[in-house]
Design a protein around this ligand. Sequence first.
Ligand code: HEM
Length: 140
Amino acid sequence: MLFAIIHLIHLLAAFVYGGFLFTDILFLQKMQKITLPGEEGAKCREAIMVHVRKVVPYALFVVVGTGIYMFPHVFGKVGPEGLNHLQIILLIKAFLGLWLGLRGFMQKVFKINPWVFKSHYFPFTLVVIIIILSQLMWVL
Ligand code: HEM
């Protein structure tokens, strides 16, 4: 039962975090480039970002925390013939998720942007890959 609740929280928090990245890439950035360029667009984006900053980073921390909780349950034991497909894919997925989480933590808490991506395109791409891996790990 606890696992099911944590799993649900993981999904909902991933929905909030990923949802913002999708909104930013698909709509907000276009608004600033095309329909509301210049100072007006920047003002509008900031008016939204004020609220985003209060929710989205914490949603990412919840995703990572619940992911870490679920990890040993789903990963299981390594058999004599080594890692199975699920374990390999889960390891890749967890690595990418932890990278996102660590990066978010460094930015939120220490105000530094330490690894590679400055725009939202890279985290957006990672989230898409993570979601695909989360499904693939059960079917491969
Ligand atoms: C932004 C980062 C992340 C996103 C967007 C994300 C997204 C997802 C999604 C969509 C699922 C599939 C759930 C389902 O279909 O039932 C899932 C499952 C899972 N995630 Fe994550 N995740 C992230 C980070 C992490 C991290 C950092 C870990 C571990 C350290 C992790 C561990 C797991 C595990 C173990 C499952 C399998 C649960 C199950 O289906 O039984 N996740 N995640």
